[in-house]
Write a protein that binds this ligand. Structure first.
Ligand code: F6R
Length: 245
């Protein structure tokens, strides 16, 4: 793992966008794995700027998102599909048919999860996966206890995640309790991974993921074994690391 510590969130976001830009310039039909949540927002704003001001071309880029809340339709304002449209896709020239995200309303969950895996495989696998990290050390919705060899599956949200994510909902009761998520192994198979963490409330999870044992209790810890992972932190998120980076 390569660890980069930036002064603040803005610098972290620019660094992440720069890595994505270089990857697209190298491979215009990049298969890009993306995340939702607060952390990647600054990176998405910078990608939009790079498209608008520098002509960064997303026309051949293929996107696979990590996860979606179960029970929310694609046009629900709190769905991750809606989030991606509002915060990135509506502002760049990515083709809608090249955007993949799990559905929130599905009849046969198991079949859907297998098909999502197939689609990733058919696209040639994920070249670059962008990740955030939960305060409980999760990546995607792979909560503590999720097997490290898991693939796309139905996940039950941990209580801490429900609390963390309630800021996006009117009431805590409105936060869906389940989600469809890429599994730990699905994420691990991405050729390159960029994990972002910002703020003091991520410092514990970051320290455990980077310097603790590799364990299903902190699913991000699997990244210690990944051959090409870059972790970009701001000072606050890095504040509990013991090593020198
Ligand atoms: C989002 C996702 C989650 C978030 C994590 C951090 O698609 O998969 O793992 O990355 O919960 O969320 P924020 O960035 O809101 O702190």
């Amino acid at each position: 793992m390569k660890v980069i510590i930036k002064e603040n969130y803005e610098e972290l976001s620019k660094e992440a966008a720069e890595i994505i830009k270089e990857a697209i310039q190298k491979k215009p039909n990049l298969v890009l794995g993306l995340a939702t949540g607060s952390t990647p927002l600054g990176c998405y704003q910078e990608l939009i700027r790079l498209y608008q001001k520098e002509g960064l071309d997303f026309s051949k880029v293929i996107i696979f998102n990590l996860d979606e809340y179960l029970g929310l339709s694609a046009d629900h304002p709190q769905s991750y599909n809606y989030f991606m449209q509002e915060n990135l896709l509506n502002h760049i020239n990515v083709k809608q048919e090249n955007f993949h995200i799990p559905l929130g309303i599905i009849k046969n969950i198991e079949k859907f999860c297998q098909e999502y895996e197939e689609e990733i495989k058919k696209a040639g696998g994920i070249d670059l996966q962008l990740l955030g990290i939960g305060s409980d050390g999760h990546i995607g919705f792979n909560e503590p206890g999720t097997p490290l060899n898991s693939r796309t599956h139905l996940a039950k949200l941990a209580e801490s995640t429900i609390k963390d994510n309630s800021r996006f909902f009117e009431r805590e009761e409105d936060v869906p309790r389940f989600a469809i998520t890429m599994g730990v192994q699905t994420i691990f198979e991405a050729k390159k991974i960029v994990l972002l963490a910002s703020g003091e409330n991520k410092a514990d999870a970051v320290a455990k993921a980077l310097e603790g044992p590799i364990t299903p209790q902190i699913t991000a810890s699997i990244l210690q074994k990944h051959p090409d992972t870059i972790v970009i932190l701001d000072q606050a998120a890095a504040s509990k690391l013991k090593g020198k980076y």
